[in-house]
Design a protein around this ligand. Structure first.
Ligand SMILES: [Zn+2]
Length: 433
């Protein structure tokens, strides 16, 4: 009897302790009517260290996670500027516990048999599981899959990626499509998007042309340290886990999507405590060195770059300065056809995607993957912001309801396919055949 009580407490107390840091924190829906108001909300991120989970833009509500101590100030700032807000999650800890329970229950009843290769789409797999899966897949499909280590993260985790090709990357008439996910640690729902693409290109191939005509590079976990930390410690962790940026390491981590060697430091934060801290220099972080090397491997053939994030239902392209690339019309067009392909099959309660230049739609940024893609000459380079999937239990934003995992993979794949086929045809046209 005592033992039972002890164990119940043990598991319960660990769960409580894990999310303790969010005690009293709340998530607010924020509605802005002008660009100025949107900018003001974004600025609060660095002024009072609230955490903007998704950015408010006129016509689309944003969400902000506010720690207990900042709630009063946050509400006052918004009220003073005439910005509407509403508390959407009063008890964040309860939500985090619910997510833990749902994901744990889903993985327990996971029905994929052990004999079949492939990862299930009913839970969010941890780093070690995905890492092993990539190795197993390359072993099982040696003719089309190669697993490569791109380098090590700050804490020494391998950044593995897959090269998928029916011609071992030797046919120079094929374009390369590059996809990465989990550059931002907490964006768990982005992992099923790349895993689903891998499944459809290797294991369950129904559209042969995609496998035959294109060489694929897929990096499922671009920020492994941050990702693991978001599982073990801090659910809303975004950056990598680099230390040495502040006295006593009071603030840890670099925003990897501000650290690429493109316009570095021009629209990002130089404060180590900021969620958009850009690091000590262009590509100062080992994760970015690895990703830049992967992108640079066969740079002339990279035709499409997709960096998958969440959330907001957006497809964005550069430049982060607001300037448009010379092929602005085409890049917008391809963004639109990808968005429409997703919208056609999206969860009915979700909103339609918005497509546009990242600066025009959201805010200025520098050192991002999407801009780096353009900089290395890929004509089509995008940031996907996958939707926040709401369910009746109220799980929202970054928190993942297991019911939506396969859907996230499935619907995003519809967009990827559209972009990849355009990229293939575009590459052939550019090559003159
Ligand atoms: Zn992100």
């Amino acid at each position: 009897m005592f033992r039972t009580i002890f164990f119940v407490c043990l598991s319960l107390c660990v769960a409580l302790a894990k999310h303790e840091q969010y005690e009293g924190a709340a998530v607010y829906d924020v509605t802005v009517t002008t660009k100025e108001q949107a900018q003001l909300v974004n600025q609060l991120e660095n002024e009072i260290f609230v955490d903007v989970l998704s950015h408010a833009i006129p016509g689309r509500t944003g969400q902000v996670l506010v720690p207990k101590e900042q709630r009063e100030q946050f509400q006052n700032e918004l009220s003073n500027s005439g910005i509407e807000f509403e508390i959407v999650t009063e008890n964040v800890v309860e939500q985090l516990q619910l997510e833990d329970e749902l994901l744990a229950a889903a993985s327990k009843k996971s029905n994929r048999s052990a004999s079949r290769i492939g990862l299930s789409f009913d839970t969010i797999h941890r780093y070690s599981v995905v890492d092993q899966y990539l190795v197993d897949l390359a072993e099982a499909y040696p003719d089309i899959v190669t697993v490569v280590s791109g380098g090590e993260s700050f804490e020494g985790r391998d950044i593995k990626y897959l090269k998928i090709s029916t011609t071992n990357f030797q046919d120079r008439s094929k374009p390369i499509v590059y996809i990465q996910s989990l550059l931002h640690a907490r964006e768990w729902i982005t992992l099923p998007a790349t895993l689903y693409a891998i499944e459809k290109l290797v294991i369950d191939v129904v559209e042969q042309d995609l496998q035959q005509d294109i060489d694929w590079i897929i990096v499922p976990i671009a920020n492994p340290d941050g990702y693991e930390f978001s599982h073990t410690n801090t659910r809303f962790w975004r950056k990598n886990r680099a230390t040495g940026y502040s006295v006593g390491n009071t603030c840890i981590g670099v925003d990897l999507n501000r650290n690429f060697d493109i316009l570095w430091g021009t629209a990002s934060s130089n404060s180590a405590c900021s969620e958009t801290f850009h690091g000590r220099g262009p590509a100062s972080e080992p994760e970015i060195v690895a990703l830049q090397n992967i992108l640079g491997e066969d740079v002339n053939r990279v035709e499409l770059v997709l960096d998958v994030h969440s959330y907001g239902s957006l497809i964005l392209y550069g430049w982060g300065t607001g300037q448009l690339p010379p092929n602005g019309l085409i890049i917008n067009y391809v963004g639109v056809i990808m968005a429409q392909a997703i919208d056609r099959v999206k969860w009915p309660t979700n909103i339609n995607y918005i497509v546009g230049n990242s600066f025009q739609v959201l805010y200025g940024s520098s050192g991002s993957t999407a801009d780096y893609g353009l900089a290395i000459g890929s004509p089509l380079s995008y940031t996907y912001e996958l939707p926040a999937y709401r369910n009746s239990g109220g799980l929202n934003g970054f928190l993942v309801d297991p019911d939506f995992i396969e859907q996230a993979g499935f619907e995003t794949w519809e967009g990827i396919k559209e972009g990849a086929r355009f990229a293939r045809d575009n590459f052939r046209r550019r090559q003159g055949h």
